[in-house]
Design a protein around this ligand. Sequence first.
Ligand code: G
Ligand code: G
Ligand code: NA
Length: 228
Amino acid sequence: VEVLAALEEALREGRLVLFGQPIVDLSTLEAVATEVLVRWPREGGFWPAGVFIPLAEETGLIRELDLYVLRLVETLPENSLWHVNLSPQTLRDPRFLEAASRLRGKGVRFEITEYALAQGVEEVLQELVEMGFGLVLDDFGQGYASLNTLIQHPFCMVKMDRGFTAGLGENPKSHAVLRASLSLARELGLELVAEGVETQAQRAWLLRLGYRFAQGYLFGTPQPISGS
Ligand code: G
Ligand code: G
Ligand code: NA
C-alpha cells in the first residue's frame, strides 16, 4: 500500500522517466526503432518496472501511468520510431484515444501482449490502425494467444518471446518454433522480432534462420532517453 501511494505521488509530481531500448537490424546492427520503457527513480537507482508495473495493473493505476508515458512520448523527437507499451486497462480507458490522437504522425507503434487481447479491445485496435499507428504483438508464444490472434487482429509486427531465443543452441524445439513462426509471419505479411538476444551465438543462429530484427542486451540495454 505504501508503494502504491508513493507511485501515485511520483506520477503526480512527474518523477517517472523514460528509458529506451533499441530494436535493431540483425545484419547491420542499426536501430530501426526504440522501445520506450518507464522507470521510477529512487535513491541510488530505480524501482524495477517488473515489480511496480504488475502492482499498477492490479490496482488500476496503470491507466494513469500509461497516460503519463503517452504525454512524455509527445515530447520525443520526430525522427525516430517509438514503440510504446500499453496495458489492457489503458486500451479500454475513455481518455486513451484522445491521448493517442496527440501522437498522430509521429511514428509510434503500440506494443500489446497476448493477455490484452482476451479483454475486448478489437474496436480500439481498429481505431488505432485507422489513425495510422502500427500494432505490435509482444511476448508472442508465452501467454495463451492462439494462432487465430494473428488473423483476427491488425498487427504489423510480432515479438517472439525471449524464451525461444534462450533455447537457441540448447533446445531443437526452440529452433523449430522460431523457424516455423518466421515462415508463418512471411505468409501473413508480418514482421518478426526476436527478443532477449544476449549472445553472439544467438545472433548468429537468428541470422541463419533468416531473422531480420531483434532486441536484447547484446545490442543495447535500456538507457535514459535524452530530452524526456
Ligand atoms: O523494462 P523492464 O524489463 O523492467 O519492464 C518490465 C515490464 O514492464 C515489461 O513487461 C514491459 O513491457 C513493462 N513496461 C515497461 N514500460 C511500460 C509502460 O510504459 N507501460 C506499460 N503498460 N508497461 C510497461
Ligand atoms: O515485455 P517486454 O518485452 O516489454 O519486456 C521488456 C523488458 O525486457 C525490459 O524490462 C528489458 O529490461 C527486458 N529485456 C530487454 N532485453 C533483454 C535481454 O536481452 N534479456 C533479458 N533477460 N531481458 C531483457
Ligand atoms: Na514490450
